[in-house]
Structures are given as structure tokens and as C-alpha cells.
Design a protein around this ligand. Structure first.
Ligand code: HEM
Length: 460
């Protein structure tokens, strides 16, 4: 069966989208070294859809930024797609086979339904107090005049938020050990070169903890052991069950009454740890950069915060229009994830091209967010665009879309707003370096290069 849907271009039967003729490995290395420049060069050369043939590392893929094509993919029957084995190999290694990110079809739907409730509605809002308390505690260590790298602190905050809300851990030995091991593992990806071994299987040789891959596996095993021990402890001691997400997962039942297996719980915890805190930490660091790089944005932000009554609830704060626009514009201009992927199980027509089963469809978050026709002056940070108009979910997609849209998007937005408002209302910060900041790779995600150096001013 061929699936067709509306598209702007005339069908070009038996023709593939344009693309580079050099071996795909060159494109991959270029992209690993300079993801954004490479994407922009390809788009300039080939247009809003381009193709790369199959290689030893990746299936054939198309990258595109056309909102109609993105709509076609996000609204298509999810059964047309699968999570490809080849392109997701690095994710399998990091998160485990039972991670939601890697599940397909009915298994994905079932697991998502089970994981969804804590990330929405009242349950999610009940984590607001923890988000604010943790932020206050972390910034209480700052001294006036101190130089800080803001990303180190946004990471400290988002990791602690995850450990408390998801694991119910707030200090103590188990908490310290888990935190230390996770930070150690994440630091492995601090340099783009170290990230390489996630993408090239021939670098994945376990020859002891002194090699990057051996060290990575050792840390991964340690995290798994800690997570397993935490599951066992809660199972054997029902009093240890609380309001956190791990407790909810241990008590959750599928429709047939079956509980989640240990492997499922461990892999989902690992997924939430990784998907949920690096992303939020980097996005927050970008927001701090823009709020201080552009004084008029900072002043407007501050004026809106000051207008909030003393007894305002967290939910009132999260609805402030300018604060929301600053967060939205940060995620537009500085997406931490560059594209989302869906691999075809059946032939599919996209923008007039006939694509074969096995092709990976990659709607590009970055290129879509850079379209001049949707976002005039796309390289400029202009929160007003989100006040002046609404964008469709196919024009603005920092959290992906369709049946795989980020599970934690509401949680992440809520956390970003509370952390920004708490810090901006308590401390004066100053940007130490006025030069533009570039994106730097950190494993699968992107972060502001250098982490945004700032100076702590007086307390408000
Ligand atoms: C600013 C922060 C975040 C950004 C930019 C972000 C972005 C994304 C993106 C682009 C995807 C892929 C969606 C797709 O394929 O259509 C995704 C998936 C996912 N995210 Fe997030 N995310 C963030 C925070 C979080 C948080 C806080 C959590 C949970 C604690 C989380 C959990 C997940 C999970 C479990 C998935 C897989 C969903 C599935 O395959 O069904 N994310 N995220």
C-alpha cells in the first residue's frame, strides 16, 4: 500500500529527493563536528528536502523542513513507521531495549499510557514546590562577585528535580551515589570527540575502564545496579513508596493487570533521567544567556515578574505571557534536539517523492525553526513573535510531535518557567562575555558552548 497525502510539489515518480553524492560517512562526520552549519549548507544547496542513501551506519534518510510534509508525518497512522534498529543503536546502548523511545506499535502505546499521568495535570503541578525549593537551595551557594558557569547550576537543579520527583531521592548515600555516577557518565559526552563512540559501533570495544567505551559501560552498569537496588528496596518495603514517579511505576498495572517488569522500569527510569534533565538544563542556560545578552528582553521580563502579586500561585507564574514567550523563543532558536526520526515500514509519498520502506524520515526541528517565511529574521531572539501570533505544531516543534511527542514537555516547560522566575527574582546576574555563543554537541543533544559564564551580583 502506498500512502499519499496532500503535498505542495508535483509527484516525481521513481525519483529521490536531491542530496550529496559524496559517501554518507563524510556527511555524518561533518554533521557530528558541525551539525547546524552542515544542515544549513545542505538546505541552501538542495532545498527544503534532501536525501542521503543507505550506508553501513545509517539507513537511507530524508531531512525536511516543510510544515505540510511534517504535518503529513505527524498525523499519519503510527503503524506506517517503526523505530529503526540501525539508526537507534546508540540509544539502545545508552537507555536499554525497553526504553519508551525504542518501543513500537501497541507496546509503545501501552507503555506511554502508563507513563503519561505523572507528567500532566494536577500531579505534575504538585512538583512545582520541589522545583522552586531546589532552585533556591542551589543558588544559596552563590557568593556576590563569584563567576559561575550557569549551565553547571541549571544541570544541578534539573538533575535534583528529576531525582526528587522521579526517584523520590533527596540526599543521603543512595542519592549521592546515583548523582555522582550519572554526572560521571554525562561528562563522558562533554567533548564532541567523546560523543563519536556512541555513533560508530567499531569504536565500541570494551577493553577496560581506561578506554572511553569501557568506562562508559562500567558507569552504565553501575547506574543499572543502583536503579535495580532502588526498585528492590521499594518492593520489599511498601512504606518506602511515595508520591514520586518510581513509586507510581511500581504500583502501575497494564489493562490486563500485569505490573511492569524490572527491565521496563529500569529502562524507563534511565530514559527519564537522560531525556529529562540535560535537555531542560541546556535550554535554561540559553534563556539566561538571552535575558542578559539583550537588556530590553531582560527588563521586560523583570517588569512582568514584578507585576505579579506576592501571593501568586506557581500556576499563575507559569501563565505569564512574556515569560512563556521567552521560553518558547529559546526553544525555537536553540533547540537541544535537532530532528526527530520515523522509519518507514511501507512505501510513502512525501512532497511528491516516492520513498521506500526502510527510509528514515527526519523532520528537522532546527531548519523548520529557521524558516524566514514563518519566523522573519530567524537568527534574532524575539519573544514577541510568540505573543503576536500562534504557530502550528508543524511550524513549531521543539518537542517533536504526533504519537511520540515528548512525554515530559509540560513538565519541562513548567520547570523552565519556575527556575527562570525564581532565579531572576532573587539574584542579579551579569553576562561575562558578550560574544555570540555557539551550539556544542553533548552526546545526542546540543548545549551552549562553554556553558554561559556569568557573574553573580547582589541579591534582590
Ligand atoms: C526542554 C526540555 C525537553 C526537550 C526540548 C525535549 C525534546 C524531546 C523531543 C524532540 C523528543 C522526540 C519527540 C518525537 O520523536 O516526536 C522527546 C521525546 C521524549 N522526551 Fe523529551 N524533551 C525535554 C524534556 C523532557 C523531560 C523533562 C522528560 C521527562 C522527565 C522527557 C521525556 C521524554 C520521553 C520519555 C520521550 C520519548 C517519547 C516517545 O517516544 O513516546 N523529555 N523529547
Amino acid at each position: 500500500m502506498t500512502t499519499t497525502a496532500s503535498s505542495s510539489a508535483e509527484p516525481k515518480k521513481n525519483q529521490l529527493p536531491p542530496g550529496s553524492k559524496s559517501p554518507p560517512i563524510f556527511g555524518m562526520v561533518q554533521a557530528l563536528l558541525d551539525q547546524f552549519g552542515t544542515l544549513e549548507r545542505y538546505q541552501r544547496k538542495y532545498g527544503e528536502i534532501f536525501y542521503a542513501p543507505k550506508s553501513s551506519l545509517l539507513p537511507p534518510y530524508v531531512i525536511f523542513s516543510n510544515p505540510q510534509a511534517i504535518e503529513q508525518v505527524f498525523t499519519a497512522n503510527p503503524d506506517l513507521f517503526e523505530v529503526g534498529k540501525q539508526s537507534t543503536l546508540p540509544v539502545r546502548v545508552l537507555l536499554g531495549e525497553k526504553s519508551l523511545v525504542l518501543l513500537d506499535g501497541i507496546e509503545h502505546k501501552r507503555q506511554r499510557k502508563l507513563l503519561m499521568p505523572p507528567f500532566h495535570g494536577e500531579r505534575m503541578k504538585s512538583y512545582g514546590q520541589a522545583m522552586v525549593d531546589i532552585t533556591k537551595e542551589v543558588i544559596s551557594q552563590w557568593q556576590v562577585g563569584q563567576t559561575i558557569c550557569i549551565r553547571d547550576y541549571t544541570q544541578e537543579i534539573s538533575l535534583r528535580v528529576i531525582l526528587q520527583t522521579i526517584f523520590g531521592l533527596e540526599g543521603g548515600q543512595r542519592y549521592d551515589r546515583l548523582k555522582r555516577t550519572i554526572v560521571g557518565l554525562l561528562d563522558t559526552f562533554n567533548s564532541p570527540l567523546n560523543s563519536f563512540f556512541l555513533f560508530f559501533p567499531w569504536l565500541q570495544k570494551d577493553v577496560g575502564a581506561l578506554t572511553p567505551w569501557g568506562k562508559f559501560l562500567q558507569q552504565k552498569r553501575q547506574i543499572n545496579e543502583i536503579l535495580q537496588a532502588e526498585c528492590d528496596r521499594r518492593r520489599n518495603n511498601p512504606d518506602a513508596l511515595g508520591e514520586d514517579i518510581l513509586s507510581l511505576l511500581l504500583e502501575a498495572r497494564y489493562e490486563d493487570g500485569q505490573p511492569l517488569s524490572d527491565e521496563e522500569i529500569r529502562d524507563e527510569l534511565m530514559t527519564m533521567l537522560f531525556a529529562g534533565h540535560e535537555t531542560t538544563a541546556s535550554s535554561l542556560a540559553w534563556s539566561f544567556y538571552w535575558l542578559h545578552r539583550l537588556p530590553e528582553v531582560g527588563h521586560k521580563f523583570q517588569a512582568e515578574l514584578d507585576s505579579l502579586p506576592q501571593d501568586a500561585e506557581f500556576t499563575d507564574l507559569a501563565q505569564l505571557p512574556y515569560l512563556s514567550a521567552v521560553v518558547a523563543e529559546t526553544l525555537r532558536l536553540n533547540p537541544v534536539v535537532v530532528f526527530v526520526g520515523r522509519q518507514l515500514k511501507q512505501p510513502f509519498e512525501l512532497m511528491g517523492y516516492q520513498l521506500e520502506p526502510g527510509t528514515s524520515l527526519l523532520p528537522s526541528i532546527y531548519l523548520t525553526h529557521q524558516r524566514e517565511d514563518i519566523y522573519p529574521e530567524p537568527k534574532k531572539f524575539k519573544p514577541e513573535r510568540f505573543i503576536e501570533r500562534q504557530f502550528s505544531p508543524y511550524e513549531y516543534l521543539p518537542f517533536g510531535g504526533g504519537n511520540r511527542r515528548c512525554l515530559g514537555y509540560a513538565f519541562a516547560l513548567f520547570e523552565m518557567k519556575l527556575v527562570l522566575a525564581t532565579i531572576m527574582s532573587q539574584v542579579e546576574l551579569e553576562l561575562l562575555d558578550d560574544r555570540p555563543i555557539k551550539f556544542a554537541r553533548r552526546g545526542f543533544t546540543f548545549t551552549p558552548s562553554g556553558g554561559v559564564k556569568m557573574k553573580v551580583g547582589s541579591r534582590k
